[in-house]
Write a protein that binds this ligand. Structure first.
Ligand code: UDP
Ligand code: MG
Length: 332
């Protein structure tokens, strides 16, 4: 499923109880604080029986250098370097594949999701949950635009989607090994990880929390990236947009029927020659509908094409850790 160098050998280092996986793209300014708070939160809950798996997603700043020095200073830290910027969801996928813990926490590097909630999440898992996902009740320090688009996005997604994807959740979640293994077996290229976890089933419980301001740096999600993410989300979980063409066709037939009756009536009774305005409007409207549906079909055909290539989901340049070393083994 992935290509890259050999990976940590369990027989040498033993599997930790908890893995935390952190995707990082141009996060030089947050990483030291992130590692410090994660380490504190983890040792409060599991002692030193944890690993922090940082995935550098082709950053252009000093992220990788910072990760190297963090890894040199702590035996708990695993630093993974992807071969280029492969996108947030691919970075997350790489981290999940290489995490070895009995439980895995997914968290962003920017500390918008407080690591200190780990204790509560672990308790919920002890009580029987397989997945504990963070659900945002408030979003501090995020602009109106971000909050409004996120709000609309989650509502549209749940309208279209065939599985129940919880609203207002990110990738901040704790999962059992069984869930992570199942997730790693899903081969799809366009990965909308939070939806894939929802699709898996198991016992999933929310943990409500308030999302913090970014510790430092700026969001890596531009408007264009957000739109791509939203299209991925909808097309990965629903073929409803494809069915839209049938719905539109029914609508057009009804419209055409009504219009036909009116045109006939006008021709017979009112002796009016119908103008070109209505024709022009109809022409524009129906070509618009047809082009829209061609575009929708194109989205799905494109995705089928990408899936058919069966490329690896991520490409790793190197894995660095104090404990390293390393038998020939592919990521799970
Ligand atoms: N990220 C990544 N690759 C990318 C974009 C983002 O690994 O191409 C990481 C980023 O470093 C952060 C997480 O994904 O840890 C979420 O990104 P961000 O905080 O910018 O998104 P937001 O919270 O604003 O939605
Ligand atoms: Mg963020």
């Amino acid at each position: 499923m992935a290509s890259g160098p050999a990976i940590l050998d369990d027989s040498i280092s033993g599997k930790p109880h908890l893995s935390v996986e952190v995707p990082c793209y141009n996060e030089e300014s947050v990483l030291a604080e992130c590692a410090r708070r994660l380490a504190a939160a983890c040792s409060a809950v599991v002692g030193d029986d944890y690993e922090l798996v940082f995935v550098n997603d082709g950053s252009r700043d000093a992220t990788w250098d910072v990760l190297l020095s963090l890894a040199a200073a702590s035996r708990q830290i695993v630093a993974i370097n992807l071969s280029r910027n492969q996108g947030h969801q691919s970075a997350v996928t790489a981290g999940l594949s290489l995490s070895r813990g009995e439980r895995v926490l997914m968290i962003d590097a920017d500390l918008q999701d407080p690591p200190e909630l780990l204790g509560e999440m672990m308790a919920a898992m002890d009580a029987g949950a397989d997945v504990v996902y963070g659900q945002r009740v408030a979003r501090d320090g995020e602009g109106l635009f971000k909050r409004a688009t996120a709000f609309v996005f989650y509502r549209i997604l749940s309208m279209f989607s065939e599985v129940d994807i919880p609203k207002d959740t990110g990738d901040f979640r704790l999962m059992t090994r069984t869930v992570v293994d199942s997730l790693n077996q899903m081969p799809e290229q366009h990965r909308f990880v939070r939806g894939m976890v929802a699709w898996l089933g198991f016992t999933q419980v929310p943990l409500r929390y308030s999302r913090q301001r970014r510790f430092a740096g700026r969001t890596k999600y531009s408007a264009a990236k957000m739109i791509r993410f939203a299209i991925d989300a909808v097309t990965s979980f629903s073929i409803a947009p494809l069915r839209l063409s049938s719905l539109l066709a029914v609508f057009c037939f009804i419209l055409a029927g009504g219009l036909g009756v009116w045109v006939l009536y006008a021709w017979l009774r009112l002796r009016v020659l119908q103008g070109w305005t209505s024709l022009a409007i109809l022409f524009l409207f129906f070509s618009g509908v047809q082009l829209l549906m061609l575009g929708v079909i194109g989205e799905y055909v494109g995705r089928t094409y990408v899936e058919a290539k069966r490329r690896p989901l991520f490409v790793i340049r190197e894995v660095v850790t104090q404990r390293s070393l390393v038998a020939d083994r592919q990521p799970r």
